[in-house]
Write a protein of this length. Sequence first.
Length: 278
Amino acid sequence: RAKELGRNAFCFYQRNMDEDAAERLEVEAALRLALDRNELLLHYQPQVHIASNQLFGVEALVRWQHPQWGMVPPARFIPIAEESGLIDAVGSWVLDEACRQMAMWQEAGQAPPHVSVNLSARQFRHGSVPTMVADTLLRHGLPPSRLTLEITESLMMMRNDQTLEALHALDEMGVKLAVDDFGTGYSSLGYLKRFPVSELKLDQSFVRNLANDEEDRALASAVVRIGQSLKLTVVAEGVETAEQLAFLHEQGCDVAQGYHFARPLAPDAYVEWLRGRP
Ligand code: C2E
Ligand code: MG
Ligand code: MG
Ligand code: MG
């Protein structure tokens, strides 16, 4: 598995390196305009408590509807946003839009318990993340407990005091922190003790082949036990089948997210999904 992941990561890197620089600049220029032209939007994917089937929260996932290119997936433009520095503007927009939508849903009695927003490590280069978050929550009158920020293992491996301070400031504010794609980064577990995280997201690469891969079952179950021992909520990503769900339930995993429950949904579709629930 490690070999396979390593090879994929390498191919991705090489493809990026070889990619026509002009094309990257084109995407960058278009993305700059996209913000002003309102071409970005958010979809929301439900997260469900496995034991009770209650809604746990939703994850906000950014989409780019380009007038010529159509729907551009985040994997295509987030890396370019990160390299060009546009991620600060994109990230602020995403947070603002997610909070605006939550406030509207709250008004209508349709709000999920919380919204999770992805943050890039790059956004922590400036010390301004906690201020940006506090201002955004205030602007929309949203309590901090309604917001979870998803960060990556790579951010926590940076061992930089400014990042640690920012994460503690967010924690003190009452915002929750989740480790996204857990298990795919450098596996020093020490940081789980140092950082004020409350949620682990088991990466979908461990969930995908649960039905026929003994090693994935062992790894998934180990991650769930790490989460339990540290009193963290474990959220499994990419849950597509009832069998995967049953195994995760058996292991004591708390929450599941994936096509088995719903794809990432446009706001209207989320409300419809909510209405259709027992
Ligand atoms: P992620 O945060 O790990 O998000 C989960 C990804 O898995 C999403 O892809 C989602 O659509 C997909 N997914 C959910 N359920 C299933 C399933 O059952 N099966 C399969 N095969 N896939 C599933 P998406 O929306 O394409 O996003 C990809 C990544 O882009 C995200 O991974 C996240 O790292 C990044 N991203 C998305 N939105 C933002 C954002 O606003 N800011 C930043 N910095 N990154 C973002
Ligand atoms: Mg995420
Ligand atoms: Mg993830
Ligand atoms: Mg993932």
